[in-house]
Write a protein that binds this ligand. Sequence first.
Ligand code: IVH
Length: 668
Amino acid sequence: MTEQEQILKLREELHQHNYNYYVLNTPTISDRDFDMLMHQLQDLEKLHPEMNDPNSPTQRVGSDLNNEFVTVQHKRPMLSLANTYNKQEVSEFYERVKDGLQGAPFQICCELKFDGLSISLHYKNGILIKAVTRGDGTQGDDVTQNIRTIKTIPLQLPKEGNYPNEFEIRGEVLMPWTSFERLNKQREENEEPLFANPRNAASGTLKSKNSSVVAERGLDAYLYYLLGDNIPGDGHYQNMAAAAKWGFQVSKAMKLADTLEDIYKYIEYWDTERKNLPVATDGIVLKVNSLAQQRSMGMTAKSPRWAIAYKFQAEQAETTLRQVVFQVGRTGAVTPVANMDPIQLSGTQVRRATLHNADILEQLDLHIGDHILVEKGGEIIPKVVGKACPTDSDSQKISFITHCPACGNKLIRYEGEAAHYCPNDMECPPQIVGKIEHFVSRKAMNINSLGTEIIEQYYKQGLIHNANDLYTLKAEQLLNADETNKISVNNILAGIEESKNVPFERVLFAMGIRFVGENAAKSLARYFGSIKRLSTATLEELTQVNGIGDVIAGSIIRYFADERNRNFVNQLEKHGLKMKISQEQQEAKSDRLKDMSIVISGVFTHHSRDEYKEFIEKHGGKNVGSISGKTSFILAGDNMGPSKLEKAQKLGVKIMDETEFLRLIGEE
Ligand code: IVH
């Protein structure tokens, strides 16, 4: 067998293993063997760039090429569904179908309403050729690159499958709860804004310009609608069963109903059972099963007459409001929180719920003793959504505070922001404790012997006032503080001492400069090399760094403009914390690409795209996504996109191949 043939064979085998694993949940080989096959294929593909295929199983990892989405027209409009919220409306729908079909027998296909974003997939000769978002229903974004990273979406259907040459299949892209929780945890640690629910997270992810981000985030997809000229039969349910055989993930919860009673039973069952599903659902979809009957009923301008969505009530419960407290976070943001009588919601006991901000608090018009409605929908934190009945107490309306509950400073509200802030970031107790907690956290200085309680205790006892004080703590002082025994004192002091070895990038993250998360800190540390250079960098220099925009850059400048922060950092340096990248990192760097903006395009043989990106940064250059007059050159591999090529030629931008580039940076 030639290597080219081996590539084709491996691709087919891996497609099948992917399907067995991700769709059928019954792998037939071990993960290790799977990885071995994948590596074999990767190696062979490297040797044969001419065999490049965007649908190869190796492409599931995505690429960090900036893909700009192209708007495409839908072949058939993507309609939405009319919503109903109660059984009465379901029964009215059922009657309308009966009337519309003039007494002919019919079945209703009941299915789950997945709460993600809809996608249209196009297949030709068994190969995924295009994936388009719903957009405005008539045109959407071409997100094929990103969709290719979703493991349950087949890139290629089995050769012998009995599917039409051309068809479209629609479904929902979702972020499973586990992926969602993992992502938000990561974002919390990196100080990035959290996604409110899996739908927003899935949507944000699918619109990402970088498909390797999509690949990491673990999206999933369920398909629920087959369209085309030659689809197998007249039954929607039967067609979806066929699609499942071709390799698509189709929900096992689909069921045919012969009567209205069957439909009610389905709704009741899934109203509770849905809580055990790995993905979010927000209702039930009812569809006339026969495609001929669907056609005879037709559509309105917005939605089909043959289908309807029944929406579940978000889980709500009623309780009594006992108190509203105002919490101050590490950044000084103030959040109103309701304390209430405990209630059960989505399987957990809830006694606190967020009231978000001043505007929402005002709208809710709350008084202590009010009967309030609390909801736990897709959101992570339960929220107060309203009052169950009008206020029946003479207590005063609760209004937002004007001064910090912890330190008494007047709160401020920045333009365009919903939150109020306490500006006293150096003296306000919860801000100080929050900052020290962040400083010692795992991804920062990783002093795990210091928990929240100990930090609070030491702060209250006047032992620590900021992170610098940790480095002057003495065993005698700690032994005097109650609840701390000798062993834990030794642990704490050892942990603090050890943190002096933490690399500069993590020290920078630990400082807690607003918006400087873990990744930004890493890029900044590598780019500037030392706190000295970073602290004197201009806005222009800062925005040269990959991933640093005006917001982060502005925040860094404000931070170092404040003398108190500069003193804080100087002291940390005196205590022996690392304020420069290591000698090794330093030696590896050069200025060969200083001030250059470089676009990476195409497929490479010697190094991965990520490695090239690192090279560029290491040598002082900037990797940018799109070609402009300012582009210094394009680092081009094979199969550079024709539009990029044309643009480069038009603007007279130099195109450099791998070998030339490696020579330029001295990494041959
Ligand atoms: S069928 C013409 N089936 O709900 C009918 N849609 O409000 C097309 N959705 O845009 C849709 N689960 O994103 C259908 N089992 C399901 C669904 C479903 C979720 C979404 C879909 C659609 C929206 C309509």
